[in-house]
Design a protein. Sequence first.
Length: 183
Amino acid sequence: MATTETYTLNDFIADLDRITREEASAHRVTERTAPLLARLVRNPGSIPAEFLKSPAGQRGRFILHRAPKFNITSVVWRPGDRATAHNHETWGVIGVIENEIEETRYRVTETRPGRAQLETLSVTRHKAGAVSRLVPGDEVHGMYNRPSATRSRSTSTARTSRDSSAGAGRRTGQRSRSSATSI
């Protein structure tokens, strides 16, 4: 683990690169990554400001780092933005930088071929500094950024992925006020 006093995005990338070379288990990768991501999101300056703003009229999504075994993505959630139930089919770790975001976890039960039923398992409001782990078999979730009076604050979520296409996003120079961000 990097030992600098201020933990940076570059420190996180180096640590995650080492962890993903050392571990094959999604549970172990997320278990080791979660405290590092918590450390990263406690430093609001760790993510460049241009990746904490959403383009006008849409959720912002930015690839911060792409590696063979993981991606680091910033997603800016505006007030009222929602990602309905979905899975990533890979491991992930989500960390909140500012504000809060609501995560709903689901159990999927196949009812007949090609059809399934979702059962809500939990609803958690993650506040700044919180981290959520996703592992295959327990990664079906939805995200919701509730409208709030502090519309200009951002919630930042960091997600890493073994699938190089997961979390694929775009970089943009457009600026707008936002209230939540997901990496």
